[in-house]
Design a protein around this ligand. Structure first.
Ligand SMILES: CC(=O)SCCNC(=O)CCNC(=O)[C@H](O)C(C)(C)COP(=O)(O)OP(=O)(O)OC[C@H]1O[C@@H](n2cnc3c(N)ncnc32)[C@H](O)[C@@H]1OP(=O)(O)O
Ligand SMILES: O=C([O-])CC(=O)C(=O)O
Length: 370
């Protein structure tokens, strides 16, 4: 038995949800470029769960379900009020999603109909939790979900408490489309490992949120913004990036386990970052990002991943930095739950082996002789 560090290159399952072949990302066979330009997040969620694009009435039904399920139980709101105001927002989301299960009577119903319904509920309720916690920690009352055609609109409405701007809704919707699924990424794998024990969907999504939080995965978008704030001006980019690279430190938002010639989602986010910068009259973060990319790609051959330009996009939308990774979770909830449903459909326990490299032939030593 020989271990492969980080399971690089190991094919651990079959899946018909998304593919990355020769650097091209598809959801159910549809190119991400096509979806980014034409689809709404609601259509994409349907596509991931059902394997096809919805017709008008199927889409209307899904949107009606999202609106119906979006309010969260009063007990969960009460829990959010008890969390420390300075709690990490991904930790708060992880706890609150786990808490949702306690108030869902069908949490442990393993029928396919119930699991699909819970996937839709989770997708509807995760944005509500994030917006509610963001307001509660500022001493404000949560805003009830808006009856809306779009999760992006309802989320922004719950966050700011007023009608969101159309440009912001469109930009967030596209970002949600771009982040929705990504084959067997770390958080999706965590979800699949959890539910492969035949544990419930809430456990799977809670595991996934924990995995997404880390800065080598979804947490990188917040780390990118922290870096941009740290650098602070275009003039400081050169010395900052060279210092990091010379000290063999990572530049967040660059590199990817699967893409070696660039992430197809990054160009969409780069364009959005520029357009939003122009609209807000602040191109500073965009211009700094471009300069960082020039240096890192030029000198290390590393390309920006999905997290790099999403940082300046969300900042232009005036979203607080520590909600960037929770927003990633809003989107990826669709992919996580699609993978969980796929895992249940054709389940086998996921249990790899470890190559043992510890001591051998040891004997028990009594405590007085240690
Ligand atoms: C949604 C997402 O999860 S996208 C990824 C988000 N994460 C980040 O942006 C964090 C920064 N990037 C990284 O840490 C990595 O590129 C990962 C985690 C994304 C991929 O990791 P792996 O495939 O395991 O690559 P690994 O970390 O082994 O890097 C390979 C080499 O490239 C270097 N490298 C990789 N990423 C970077 C980076 N961002 N900055 C500088 N060097 C890097 C490593 O130092 C390593 O160099 P070495 O061979 O000289 O030791
Ligand atoms: O696939 C991965 O390793 C990371 C990820 O989730 C993504 O890029 O969207």
């Amino acid at each position: 038995m020989t271990a492969t560090k980080g399971l690089e290159g190991i094919v651990a399952t079959t899946s018909s949800i998304s593919s990355i072949i020769d650097g091209v990302l598809t959801y159910r066979g549809i190119d991400i470029d096509d979806l980014a330009e034409n689809a709404t997040f609601e259509e994409v969620a349907y596509l991931l769960w059902y394997g096809k694009l919805p017709n008008a009435s199927e889409l209307a039904q899904l949107i009606a379900d999202f609106n119906k399920f979006a309010p969260i139980p009063a007990q969960v709101i009460e829990q959010l009020k008890l969390y420390p105001k300075e709690a990490n927002s991904m930790a708060a989301l992880r706890s609150a999603v786990s808490c949702l299960a306690l108030y869902d009577e069908e949490a442990n119903d393993m029928s396919p109909e119930s699991n699909l319904r819970k996937a839709i509920k989770l997708q509807a309720q995760i944005p509500t939790i994030i917006a509610a916690f963001a307001r509660i920690r500022e001493g404000k009352e949560p805003v009830a979900p808006k009856q809306s055609q779009s999760i992006a609109e309802s989320f922004l409405y719950m966050l700011i408490g007023t009608e969101p701007d159309k440009v912001a809704i469109q930009a967030l919707d596209t970002a949600l489309v771009l982040h929705a699924d990504h084959e067997l990424n770390a958080s999706t794998f965590a979800a699949r490992v959890t539910v492969a024990t035949l544990s419930d969907i809430y456990s799977g999504v809670t595991s996934a949120i924990g995995a997404l939080k880390g800065p080598l995965h979804g947490g990188a978008n917040e780390a990118v913004m922290a870096m941009l704030e740290d650098i602070d001006s275009l003039d400081n980019v050169d010395s900052y990036v060279h210092d990091k690279l010379n000290n063999k430190q990572k530049i967040m938002g660059f590199g990817h386990r699967v893409y070696k010639n660039g992430d197809p989602r990054a160009k969409h986010l780069q364009k959005m970052s520029q357009e939003l910068g122009k609209i807000t009259g602040n191109l500073k973060w965009y211009e700094m990002s471009i300069k960082i990319e020039d240096i890192v790609t030029g000198e290390k051959g590393l390309k920006p991943n999905v997290d790099f330009y999403s940082a300046s996009v969300y900042t232009s939308l005036e979203i607080p930095r520590d909600l960037f990774t929770p927003i990633f979770a809003i989107s990826r909830a669709s992919g996580w739950t699609a993978h969980i449903l796929e895992q249940y459909e054709n389940n086998r326990l996921i249990r790899p082996r470890a190559e043992y490299n510890g001591p051998v032939s040891q004997k028990y030593i009594t405590i007085e002789n240690r």
